[in-house]
Write a protein that binds this ligand. Structure first.
Ligand SMILES: [Zn+2]
Length: 126
């Protein structure tokens, strides 16, 4: 599969049950370049490193990618964003730190301005 936005390869990721309320389904397809999240086509992928080695491991890494997608519409998605942040923290990761690392990964060209959204997010939830 390739990304509908930038044509770069995507990876399918399994969405853990706890995060499915924030996703478009049981799997999502995530672009390895711009981080656009689309509904997945099934599969059993867990290859977060294909996207960024700076992502938290496991469920928190998937949660971080879903969070980036929701940040595109911060006001609309506020309730989901707050829920997702709680889930990421429950999985033992720091969502703000994870966003910061993604924003600074030279291998990525995120569709969402993560730095700017992260600043807005801090004002919203902290
Ligand atoms: Zn893309």
């Amino acid at each position: 599969m390739s990304c509908t936005r930038c044509d770069e390869p995507t990876v399918d990721l399994v969405v853990p049950e706890s995060l499915q309320p924030y996703a478009q389904g049981a799997t999502v397809s995530v672009c390895t370049n711009c981080l656009t999240v689309e509904a997945g086509e099934g599969g059993s992928g867990h290859d977060l490193d294909a996207i960024s080695e700076d992502l938290p491991e496991g469920d928190a890494g998937v949660g971080t990618l879903l969070l980036v997608d929701l940040l595109d519409s911060l006001a609309t998605n506020r309730a989901d964003i707050e829920g997702l942040i709680d889930e990421i923290e429950a999985d033992g990761a720091d969502p703000m730190l994870a966003l910061d690392r993604l924003a600074n990964d030279p291998g990525l060209d995120p569709a969402v301005d993560i730095d700017r959204r992260r600043t807005q997010l801090e004002q919203l939830v902290l």
